[in-house]
Design a protein around this ligand. Sequence first.
Ligand SMILES: Nc1ncnc2c1ncn2[C@@H]1O[C@H](COP(=O)(O)OP(=O)(O)OP(=O)(O)O)[C@@H](O)[C@H]1O
Length: 313
Amino acid sequence: MSLAIETEHLVRRFGAHTVVDQVSLRVPSRSVYGFLGRNGAGKTTTFKLLLGLLRPDAGQVRIGGIDVVRQRIAALRQVGALLEAQGFYPHLKGREQLDLQRRLLGLPASEVDRVLELTEMQAHGGRTIGDYSLGMRQRLGLARALLGAPSVLILDEPTNGLDPEGMADMRGFLRSLPERSGATVLLSSHLLGEIEQIASHIGMLCEGRLVLQGRLEDLQAEQDGAVLFGTDAAAAAIDLARGLGIPADPCDGGMLARFALDQPIEAASAALNHQLCTAGIAVHTVAPQRRSLEAVYRRASQALSSTSNIALA
Ligand SMILES: Nc1ncnc2c1ncn2[C@@H]1O[C@H](COP(=O)(O)OP(=O)(O)OP(=O)(O)O)[C@@H](O)[C@H]1O
C-alpha cells in the first residue's frame, strides 16, 4: 500500500503541554482519510506540522515520500490546503483572489475557471469576497486548494459554516474526489457522523495521541457481538434469550441480542434462532450489527483513559 502522507512518532509541545504526542499517521494514496478529534485534540497543530508551518519537536513527516522538514518546497508542491484562517483579501472578487494565487504558482489562466467549476462557484466568482457567506468562503478556500490539481489535499474542517445542503454537497464532492482526480484527501472534523459518510479511512486523535487508525469498514466490522433478531414477538424472544443467559433488549424491529465475543457469532446466532423457532417465535431477520463510529470512538477513548489511569496509579 503506497502512502500519500506518513508521519513517524511526531511530537509537538507548546511549553510543558504536549499537543501532538508520538503520532504516526498512515494515509494511503487515493483515500479519503478522516482525522477525528474533539476540540483541542491537536488536529490543527498536526496539520500545521504536515504543512511545514510548525517544526516538530521530534519525529518525521513525509508527503509523497518527501521529507517535509528537509525538503519543504518539493514536498508541498504536491499539496493543496485549506486551514481555518483563509487569509483572503476581502476587497477582491473571488475570481481575482484565485487569479492572484494561480499566478504565484505559475499556473495557466484556465485553472481559475476549472476550480470555480469544480466547486460550483462560477456564479459567485465575480462577487466581492467581503460579501460572501461563510459557506461561500469555504468553497473559495477549497477552490484555492485545488489550483494546480495537487495530488494531496489537506482540509481543516472543510464543512465548517456550511448549511445542511451545502454540507451534503461538500461531502459528495470530497468523497468522489479520489476517483475523479486521483487525489488523496486528508480532512479533519469533530463530527463523527460526518466522517462516517465521507471517509474510507480514519484516524482518531485524543489528547494529542492517535488512539485508533485504519480502514473505516474494518474498524466497524470488528464485531461487538450485537445481532438483531427481527420478530413481532420481541417480548417473548427477549425472555427466552435471557433465560439462556444471553443479554437481550428490545430494539426497533425486534430484539438485540449480545453474544460473548469468545464464541463464533454465526454459530451462536444460529443456535438462538433455532431455539426461538422451536418455541414458536417467528424470526424474519437475523442481522449482525455494524458498529457505529461513535461506538468505535467511545471504546478507543475508554481504552486511552484506562491506560492513563494505570500510568497515573
Ligand atoms: N501556538 C500555540 N501556543 C500555545 N498553545 C497552542 C498553540 N496552538 C495550539 N495550542 C494548544 O494546543 C491544543 C490543540 O490545539 P489544536 O488547535 O491543534 O486542536 P484542534 O484539535 O484543531 O481543535 P479545534 O477542533 O478546536 O480546532 C489546544 O489546547 C491549544 O490551546
